[in-house]
Design a protein around this ligand. Structure first.
Ligand SMILES: [Zn+2]
Length: 215
């Protein structure tokens, strides 16, 4: 399995390319507002994307989505509970960064709705949608169960968790999602977050201060 990541503008957000092998079909996870960087990452690994999966609607994960799906001719998948974010890139830029930089941040015109537990068979492998509200109402993680890989977006980071002080965030909801949906996964699961380095569930269980109240 090829998993290649790149941290991109404007908040050092990780964009992930997942494919059975380099040189074939694959899936993109998140599209920061640097579509050129996303497309470069695909080219570096000679991967042809079949879908863009969005962990949630925040602008630093979705700002490049409209351009990327348009240029690659693919669909974007996002949970409808985050439509209030996905469809308001300029409002988010103003609220979070106090400005709208030059660029095309338009949302993907056509969005396929994710739902909890859904299995997406894309590019020859299965990804399970794990709806993990809390950071945002529509936040989803993506689990490749056969490989023990979890793309955790802004739900779980190495040593931390997603912030819940932004509109739509809720700490208790995030902790419920963590306890019910993430902590039951195996210790060996590799975690690929939306920001920062990769980790394992075993390491987070042992050392992440935010998880200790759940264990
Ligand atoms: Zn976020």
């Amino acid at each position: 399995m090829l998993i290649a990541g790149k941290s991109l503008w404007l908040a050092e957000t990780n964009c992930w390319v997942v494919a059975p092998d380099a040189g074939g079909l694959g899936v993109l996870i998140d599209a920061p507002p640097d579509p050129g960087g996303v497309i470069d990452l695909l080219a570096e690994h000679h991967v042809t994307p079949v879908a863009l999966l969005l962990t949630h609607g925040h602008i630093d994960h979705t700002g490049g989505a409209g351009v990327v799906v348009g240029s690659e001719g693919i669909d974007a998948y996002v949970h409808p509970d985050d439509d209030y974010l996905t469809l308001d890139p300029l409002g988010q830029l103003r609220t979070l960064f106090g400005m709208v930089p030059p660029g095309d941040f338009s949302p993907p015109a056509r969005r396929i709705a994710l739902s909890d537990g859904q299995i997406l068979r894309l590019a020859g492998f299965d990804l399970q949608v794990v709806h993990t509200p809390g950071h945002t109402p529509g936040h989803c993680c993506f689990l490749i169960r056969d490989e023990g890989i979890l793309f955790s977006g802004d739900h779980l980071f190495a040593g931390s968790i997603g912030r819940t002080d932004l509109p739509g965030g809720d700490y208790d909801t995030l902790m419920d999602s963590m306890r019910d949906k993430v902590l039951p996964l195996d210790d060996q699961v590799l975690v690929y977050p939306g920001h920062g380095p990769t980790t394992t569930l075993a390491r987070e269980r042992r050392t992440n201060p935010f998880l200790q109240e759940l264990i």
